[in-house]
Design a protein around this ligand. Structure first.
Ligand code: URP
Ligand code: ZN
Ligand code: ZN
Length: 461
């Protein structure tokens, strides 16, 4: 199917201009004013007058259908990619988990099965590494070379579940120096946190807010600094995931000022929510139990500055939804048993546009760079994804900058029974979404197909 998008204001990470876009066979073919109709005859024309035309959002941190905390995240690859598309995200990088005693091949096969026939838009996987014997090093090479799985998440937290020691981290980092992959780090000091959690429970502190109080910002700052130091010793880049605190930001900033290839993402929850949410009445604070936890409100301004000045390079969601009813309640009498994670795959673009661009904190180009272009570049998807240019995939969002929406369970499509932003009004809403040339959201109505999304092999640095 061919598609012509006319009169839209095309915004990329670097450009801002009005033109028409002709797409065919899933790709952008031509961009220009008054494209000759005899050459660019389209099956369908979409008039984007008065709207922004953006490269599809790329969310490089999601957890769909993920077993975690004694339960499983509630969005699968169908509901999750549909919700993502409604929110203007056309490409996800989720996580396959290599459990102890299992190979990365097995993990990738399992997660491929979860996504096959379900994903509406394109997706890829990072590999979560929970142990790294010698054979695992070869597995890493195979993933990078043969499967296009070019990134590996390691954890400095969650002892007994995902946490690995510094030697394992160092081995993985060094291997990426040989195979061209990159390590993504969950940077929190798991040993210190575990001790604080046990102490809190002994004192009878069971409420959700103790999740945050036992995961201090210094525990994130220390681990971030250590992770960067290990990467420096290995002579390789590192990417810090879901950065939430000023302490961690300072470590990344210092490293970047020294010229080290340290990269980091933050997430909307750390820009728009705060520790105060844990003080909500009753068990409501469980809605925000995630790791790292929400921080003091003052941190939000520092993170926005980090985004504006390129100390932080990406905004992802860490979408990991669990229902309040029956899932978060696993921790009703013990905050440490509340499954960690919150929904966000659908709200990222509107929140960041409204609270970032409209509030004057970041430019329109920077908005596109943080939510699409820069993650595409860091994770080997650019220029196929992350921009609008001849030859790139026709993953395009027509975004109405003036439309208002009230965020909430009733207006959103994620498969979860609460929303952390319930009742919040935003200006700037995704109207129409194109995934590899197919209209999947048509003026706010879903028109895609489960299984239409493809697995993306990514390239190395
Ligand atoms: O609380 C979170 N972030 N849940 C998802 C797993 C992770 O650490 O990213
Ligand atoms: Zn994590
Ligand atoms: Zn995560």
């Amino acid at each position: 199917m061919s598609l012509l998008i006319t009169n839209g204001r095309i915004i990329t990470a670097t450009d801002d201009y009005v033109a028409d876009i002709y797409c065919d066979q899933g790709e952008v073919v031509a961009i220009g004013r008054n494209l000759p109709s005899h050459r660019f005859q389209a099956d369908r024309t979409l008039d984007a007058s008065g709207q922004y035309v953006l490269p599809g959002g790329i969310d490089v941190h999601t957890h769909l259908d993920m077993p975690f905390g004694g339960t499983t995240s509630t969005d699968d690859f169908e509901t999750g990619t549909i919700a993502a598309a409604f929110g203007g995200t056309t490409c996800l990088v989720d996580f396959a988990i290599q459990y102890r005693g299992q190979t990365m091949r097995h993990a990738l096969d399992e997660w491929m099965k979860k996504a096959a026939g379900k994903a509406v838009t394109d997706y890829s996987f990072h590999m979560i590494v929970t142990e790294l014997p010698d054979a695992g090093l070869g597995d890493m090479d195979t993933m990078v070379r043969d499967e296009g799985v070019t990134s590996f998440k390691l954890f400095m937290a969650y002892p007994g579940v995902f946490m690995v020691d510094d030697a394992t981290i160092f081995r993985a980092l060094r291997r990426t120096g040989e195979n061209g992959g990159i390590v993504c780090m969950h940077a929190e000091n798991g040993g210190v946190i575990d001790l604080l959690v046990q102490e809190a429970l002994r004192k009878g502190h069971k409420a959700p807010k103790y999740h945050a109080l036992t995961r201090p910002p210094r525990a994130e700052g220390e681990a971030t600094g250590r992770a960067i130091a290990l990467a420096e010793m290995a002579g390789v880049p590192i990417y810090i995931v879901h950065l939430s605190s000023a302490d961690a930001l300072q470590k990344v900033r210092e490293a970047r000022d020294m010229g080290l290839p340290a990269y980091a993402e933050t997430c909307p929850q750390y820009l728009f929510l705060s520790y105060d949410n844990y003080e909500e009445a009753g068990f409501e604070g469980a809605k925000y139990v995630m790791s790292p936890p929400l921080r003091a409100k003052e941190t939000q301004d520092q993170l926005w500055r980090g985004l504006a000045f390129n100390d932080l390079q990406a905004i992802s969601t860490d979408h990991c939804p669990f229902c309040m009813k029956e899932q978060k309640t696993l921790g009703k009498d013990d905050f440490s048993k509340i499954p960690n994670g919150a929904p966000g795959i659908e709200t990222r673009m509107s929140l960041v546009y409204d609270g970032g661009v409209r509030a004057g904190r970041i430019s329109l180009n920077r908005f596109v760079e943080l939510t699409s272009t820069s993650p595409a570049k860091i994770f080997g998807l650019f220029p196929r994804k992350g921009t609008i240019a001849p030859g790139s995939d026709a993953d395009i969002v027509i975004f109405d900058p003036e439309k208002r929406m009230t965020l909430g369970v009733k207006t959103l499509h994620m498969n979860v029974d609460y929303n952390p932003y319930e009742g919040r009004e935003v200006t700037g809403v995704t109207d129409t979404v194109i995934s590899r040339g197919q209209v999947v959201i048509d003026a706010g109505r879903f028109t895609g197909r489960a299984g239409a999304g493809s697995f993306l092999r990514r390239s190395t640095r």
